[in-house]
Ligand binder design. Structure first.
Ligand code: HEC
Length: 297
């Protein structure tokens, strides 16, 4: 319990302030920016296309009635150039904010007839920033500042399914767990090929591709790998080794498969060496256990 401080009150009165300005919180991103930017680049996205409206007329460039991701940063709106539900839309909240803290983040839906705005609805559904419903006030303030009449502004309360804090896994499984899966499947790929179980081999290869395409980009790299461009190596693996293995499987040519398998293992090991995990050795021969576990002498 604290009573009003008379000196402070006097100061406030003298300076003409009736009440201190409310403190407006900022929200930090809970996911690393780098993999998200890499993903955006891969899908042909460009941060330069992010919409930063300066007047309400700029909002009419959004498709009427569609929901777009947005953030409020430095007192301004940044809106994704594609609707939230369009395929391969990698303009996610941390990308819109360049990884910086935001006043709020979520979705915006503008209903308009090309010139006049009938309604602008905002929600706080951002898993990466996990903002409160109250933070949407900052979006309403910016929208009003752009000239959207106050009676057209709406809030849609959509509490996000927030990702865990920054110390926990970024937004999904840990890098090491995914790698353990890659190792298990890579071993099985080799064994399946040797057993002439080509459908199984193809299945395992497809699953490895999915881990590299969908899961690894979202996983937080281990701390020892700081500063190493894991995303770049992973991309090289996806773009050269995976297709090579695929065509070797299709050709059913054991020599071609062995060569492709050995080259893939080389990429695995190259990344392990540069990321400080040289002891995770992936054997070049299909059928051998992954990682290598026979005794060192
Ligand atoms: C882009 C870099 C990169 C590539 C490519 C890569 N790895 Fe890894 N791998 C890592 C890192 C980093 C770790 C350590 C993860 C950790 O410490 O959490 C690791 C760990 C592993 C582990 C040990 C996991 C555990 O927890 O037991 C296995 C097994 C593994 N990788 C297999 C493979 C195989 C097989 C390939 C190729 C098909 C491969 N990796 C390709 C970066 C890579």
């Amino acid at each position: 319990m604290s009573r009003a401080n008379p000196t402070l009150l006097a100061l406030l009165l003298v300076s003409g302030c009736s009440a201190p300005r409310p403190v407006v919180p900022l929200f930090d991103s809970r996911v690393p920016l780098e993999p998200l930017l890499a993903k955006l680049k891969e899908s042909g996205g460009d941060p330069g296309r992010i919409l930063r409206p300066r007047a309400s007329a700029d909002l009419a460039t959004l498709e009427s009635g569609r929901r777009y991701k947005f953030v409020v940063r430095d007192g301004r709106l940044a809106i994704a150039p594609l609707p939230a539900d369009s395929p391969s839309n990698d303009y996610v909240h941390p990308v819109l904010a360049a990884g910086e803290p935001v006043r709020t983040a979520g979705g915006i839906r503008v209903e308009h007839n090309g010139s006049s705005i009938r309604k602008a609805v905002v929600d706080q559904d951002s898993k990466a920033y996990c903002p409160t419903a109250a933070s949407l006030d900052s979006a309403l303030t910016v929208l009003a500042g752009l000239g959207v009449p106050a009676d057209r502004l709406r809030v849609d309360n959509r509490p996000p399914a927030c990702v865990d804090g920054p110390t926990a896994a970024a937004s999904g499984p840990r890098y090491g767990e995914l790698m353990a899966e890659v190792g298990r499947r890579f071993e099985r790929l080799g064994r399946a090929f040797r057993a002439n179980r080509l459908a199984l081999a193809e299945f395992e290869l497809g699953e490895i591709g999915e881990v590299f395409e969908e899961d690894l980009p979202k996983a937080e790299p281990p701390r020892e790998s700081a500063g190493v461009n894991l995303a770049g190596v992973a991309q090289a693996f996806r773009e050269t080794n995976l297709p090579e293995l695929e065509s070797a499987l299709r050709s059913k040519d054991p020599a071609a498969f062995k060569a492709a398998y050995a080259r893939a293992a080389e990429t695995c090991n190259g990344c392990h060496r540069t990321s400080g995990h040289a002891f995770v050795e992936v054997p070049a021969e299909p059928g051998a256990a992954v990682p290598r576990l026979d005794p060192l002498r």
